[in-house]
Design a protein around this ligand. Sequence first.
Ligand code: EPU
Length: 423
Amino acid sequence: MAQEERMLIVGGERLEGTVRVSGGKNTSVAIIPATILSSTPCVIENLPNIEDVHVSVETLRYLGARVDWDPAEGLMQVDASSINRTDVPLDLCRRMRASSYYIGALLARFGRAQVPLPGGCDIGRRPIDQHIKGMRALGARVDTQRGTVIAEADPLVGADVFLDMATVGGTINVMLAASRAQGTTTIYNAAKEPHIVDLANFLNSMGCRVKGAGTDVIRVRGTQTLASRRPYAVIPDQIETGTLMIAAAATHGDVTITGCIPTHMEALTAKLLEMGAKVYEHDDSIRVRSLGAHRGVTFKTQVYPGFPTDLQQPMSALLCTATGTSTVVENIFESRFRHLAEMERMGARVRIFEQTAVIEGVPMLHGAAVEATDLRAGAALVVAGLMAQGTTEIYNTHFIDRGYENLEQKFASLGARISRVRE
Ligand code: EPU
């Protein structure tokens, strides 16, 4: 029988010290497929050593690209000139949501792509109709047969694309497809997340002309030949930064997070201040310090620069011990409160009404055996375990490994009693 891995946390330790944040997951999984667009080898730096990056490497190698990947250094060299196929297999797509980006990248480079519908975390319905709508607007013929997207174009031609909602993945996929199209594509109601800006900077570094990334109208002037000219370093992970900030507050600790971009954290910083924690922002570091009890707060998840859905789970875990009643509204995904049901085993008091969670703060959580149901649910349970009295066992740790590099080593370096067991 396969051995089941668990994370063990003996809670109650105050986190103290300095920790460096890794490169961004959601930017890495967009920039890696974008290397397909380059006619010269690309060097990417600051990539996190996480499962989603490993799946991305496997995908590029399956396509025939030559990839040198040094996980310890976060350094990857990709030579896409040897790519000799345009299909991605189901077993890779099942393991990662961002596998849909291979549709846009392969279509832009080779005029065809065959990619099964993506997997990823089970946090609600995650259709890709807007991605497909955008590619059709650019002249692609897109068909879904037996769960696989088959797209062809000869050639792609720039067009106006109006997204029905500011979808992160849809914006990225249309940017990828538009990068080598004839003429200009304008994406209206585009997502504004930091990784959209990072992808635009990477495309521009290869000679593409992307303007407006970070606003809700993005213009991409397609360029037939894109060529990488210099190494490109991905931006730090906004969500890992936030998870570390929340954990610092949760343990009434004093933690400095280095190598981050404080302006990406404003929505979280504002809520932590409202709860009574202290947050000090510097150029590329943030210090979170918390001494007394936290006040309960209300927040709603929104597209950037609103409160990110990916931090809703760790933040709502923290609110389980805040004084009074907190209300959390999840506006992006319909099934992102499953960590709270798990936390009821730890003594949390929560009522869920559709997209709203009402949390009655309790003075103390107690350790229990709990199950991560997705990546950020796993992060939320780690925060809960760090706060709780006694030992918390977290099952399904593979979810956490999809998106956090060396999470337990980082927390251990700050004084947490955290380890992984397999028995
Ligand atoms: N949507 C549609 N149709 C589409 C695309 C999206 O209806 O064609 C809906 C979704 O169902 C959802 C909303 O639009 O309700 C927003 O989805 P979005 O496309 O923005 O999300 P995504 O691209 O699937 C990325 C991140 C998620 C993060 C969301 C929101 C990556 C690889 N994933 O997902 O990250 O939660 O944006 O910010 O970038 C995570 O890191 O744990 C994670 C889930």
